[in-house]
Design a protein around this ligand. Sequence first.
Ligand SMILES: [Zn+2]
Length: 473
Amino acid sequence: MTDAVPQDPNAAAQKAALLDPSRPILVRQAHLVTLDDTLGDLEGDVLVKDGRIAAVGRELACDGAVVIDGTDKVVIPGFVNSHVHLWQTLIKGCAGDYSFGDYLHYILGAVGKYYEPEDVRVATQLGAIEQVDAGVTTVYDWAHIMNSPDHADAAIDGLQQSGVRAVFGHGTPGDDVGRWYYQSRERHPDDIVRIRKSRLSSNDALVTLGMSIRGPDFAGMEVNRADIELARSLGIMASMHLAVGMYGDYSPDTRTLAKAGLLGPDINLTHCNRLLDDEIALALDLGASISVTPEVEMQMGHGLPVTGRVQAAGGRITLGTDVVCSVSADMFSQMRFAVQAQRMLANAKAHEGGAMLDHLPIGARDALISATLQGAKALGLDHRIGSITPGKDADLTILSWAHERSSPLVNPVQAAVFHASVANVHTVMVAGRVRKFAHAAMQAEAGSIRRAAEMGHRVMAAAGIILPASLAA
Ligand SMILES: [Zn+2]
């Protein structure tokens, strides 16, 4: 028997060289799924210099480069997780069986008020490292736990300490659901202006600023207008949950937002399950992005994932993991849920007419694009990341089938989407900095896993969440 995670005997020395930012890196003879229209898929090399992709091609040479052997490996653009709540990393394991009502009651309505700033920092850092370990190089961290300015600073610290590329989506406090949700009349906290001026003033940094707003599901239209105008005045994107669940009569708020000039390429709409087809088309025409988080949407009754309806309207979804306290935190799972849920819907529709499908409506490559390049577009970052294109930042994920428990590598795209897991993630680079190598991710600060568990138990107990007796002491 071998170890579950095989170790390259030269990995330690190689890793030390890879961590030297002055050394170019040459990934040699790998299967490259570039998602670049000109380059396509090829077997070849990627040269990384000064944080950027310097060249893509065959038999590249570079003096002084550290070489990563690409044998039995697939290089993809790093995953872009366009919707995740990293602060919930502390309370994993409490909400996997929750209905949407349970979630609103215990998570948004109770647990958030017990989070101290340090809880937010530790959760965000650990959650971000978990993302990188799983091949994610960019996250939109939808942080609706901004109970004070210190909470916001702590979340930013956690992201910056993790090494991930992130849009920090500053949200509302998590300590008073009655005030901040349910047709709220409260405008977005103006602490975001301080953050824009003092901490995240650059749009070119590794961690940039976004605004996580409540949108029509949770706030009145005047608040929505003020929130989006505030985001635009700060020159940042905004994201909202939209059209979730089956709560009473449906009102077509998307048209209202569009008519008011409040939709555009700077706006991300997440879920959108209850939108009408023409509202989806309208949002896409105006350039808004649509994020689907299929696993939790199927769990909690958000409605049917809109993957196919977005595609029918000429668009493409982005993917996110969303509530990591409930569901998988990795993009492999979300790609598979998205693809197979859409196929299930299409198959069921064909069956209703007594027929079988000749062609499936969505493919592996669609899922991979949604999980990478389309997410980069949604975050306004596709000029820098999202494809393996010379000149872009080197955000790369290398998947390996080079150990004896792997199945043979026959089709790189299908392998990445249908047959890969976190165990296949060999190397992760963010802006050319190696954050995982030879299956070993960077470590969180010493003792943080134990601290996170204690923090999670504390906030869950305070919120009245029932823990197993062995853990509830
Ligand atoms: Zn969410």
